[in-house]
Design a protein around this ligand. Sequence first.
Ligand SMILES: [Fe+2]
Ligand SMILES: [Fe+2]
Length: 221
Amino acid sequence: MSGRITVQDICLSAELARIHAVIDRGLDIAVEHTAQVEGAALPEALHLYVDTLLTVVEAHHHAEETLQYPLFRQRVPEVPYALLYSQHEVVNARLDAVDAALARSDEAGAIHAALVELRTRWDQHAREEERHLARPEFEVAFTVDELERLHHQATLHTRGFSRSPQLVLPFLLYHLDRHERRVFGRDLSRWLRRVVVPWTWRRHWRPIRPYLPHPPKGLRG
Ligand SMILES: [Fe+2]
Ligand SMILES: [Fe+2]
């Protein structure tokens, strides 16, 4: 779908679904491709892809814990935040396991197994979180200006959190289709979206291009 950005696009549940979709897609791609090379060494580009995916999940959790949950707790206290925090701990332990497998093993099977476990834990948490943020209380808890401010803070946080925004930002954008990308990148400058990410930073994200579901059209190699 393409077209103008609507209020439905920027509500909290849609924002959450969008970043979760990036991670869902990333995990599916990582699991699928590591399965294809089981028994062999992990290709360098796939290693970089999985490593970037881990950073994206970590940054997302960190943004929720430092920016969003504290504010949500004030406005919609009915949500079981303690449960969501504890699920983050479980997912974080699986992130560490994938990270350790990446660091110590050049055998893709161990990395694949750790990714499958991570996907299971992520899926349990993400679906639970989506269910709570779809509560009607959230629909009236924030004004449009507040939603836009939250979005902006989350974008800045992700860029600041990562040691490699040249990889993380393209990873986020190119896991989204055209409309989703437009909504997600609505507060990025035109220069960053049209020039810096696709062209200036291309040498950073080019190795992982084969794994990106929605890479920019017209750029080859
Ligand atoms: Fe979460
Ligand atoms: Fe989340």
